[in-house]
Design a protein around this ligand. Structure first.
Ligand SMILES: [Zn+2]
Length: 259
């Protein structure tokens, strides 16, 4: 299988060694590693060079970060421009749902427009280079991102760890967008419900590692072989045998990312 969304650069060096070793023979053959800023993109490119054919890097700016300065944004985009052939996708990009909520609690107002403008620069890049996009856009942000995406001829949009209203889910499914399930598919009722209804040929499995999970994964270091358990859980929900579920999620991921 393929872990469709991981932050490999955010693990410690010793953990990366261990993680890559544990992957051998585990049934996980590849990783889509997403970036949070320029430094992270550079680190992920280095990892892709170290593990060719296994680590597939995406470059971008994580929207839950403070807004980059114009100079930072321009530097990242021009760095990406020179490495367009090396990247499998543009990501992680999107809108700052959790940051906005945190700011609101503190009585501060976040300039969403500026985030939208940044997102559009990445979408233009993806359009120009014909790359898929990896999106962080949950709940009402997903609606806004769907509307923005309509203005671009981008067909390949992956909403990772997606959560949203029934209406949004239907719209995304209809437009052919993909979503991915994290290990919380094993214990989160909202996600289990989503897995029941989302089209089986538009779903993938991801760990979003090193993000830690609960339920059966509490206290464990998040690792790519967890996607095997995600596939099994998804199969059980869909009434598909584990082997077949893994095969389908693997095929979906390969088709979407062209791996
Ligand atoms: Zn992520």
């Amino acid at each position: 299988m393929i872990d469709a969304h991981i932050h490999l650069d955010q693990y410690k060096n010793a953990e990366i060694e261990r993680l890559m070793k544990n992957m051998r023979g585990s049934g996980v053959e590849g990783l889509v590693t997403v970036s949070t800023n320029l430094e992270s993109s550079i680190a992920n490119l280095a990892l892709a060079e170290r593990y060719p054919g296994i680590v597939h890097p995406a470059f971008g700016y994580h929207p839950e970060n403070p807004l980059p300065t114009e100079e930072e944004a321009a530097r990242l985009l021009s760095w990406m421009e020179r490495r367009a052939k090396r990247m499998i996708a543009v990501g992680e990009i999107g809108l700052p749902y959790y940051l906005r909520r945190q700011w609101a609690k503190e009585g501060r107002c976040l300039d969403l427009n500026a985030y939208v403008q940044l997102l559009e620069r990445f979408l233009s890049f993806a359009e120009r280079h014909d790359k898929p996009v990896v999106l962080h856009a949950v709940y009402e942000d997903a609606d806004l991102v769907c509307d923005i995406l309509e203005r671009y001829p981008i067909r390949k949009a992956h909403f990772h760890w997606f959560k949203g209203s029934r209406h949004t889910v239907e719209k995304m499914a209809e437009r052919g967008y993909y979503i991915s399930f994290t290990p919380d598919l094993l214990y989160e009722p909202e996600i289990i419900e989503l897995a029941r209804s989302y089209p089986a040929d538009q779903v993938m499995a991801e760990t979003d590692g090193p993000w830690p999970f609960e339920g059966p994964f509490a206290g464990q270091l998040t690792q790519p072989p967890m996607v095997l358990e995600i596939a099994e859980a998804w199969g059980a929900i869909q009434g598909i045998a584990p082997e077949e579920a893994r095969r389908r999620l693997r095929n979906n991921t390969r088709r979407f990312y062209g791996i």
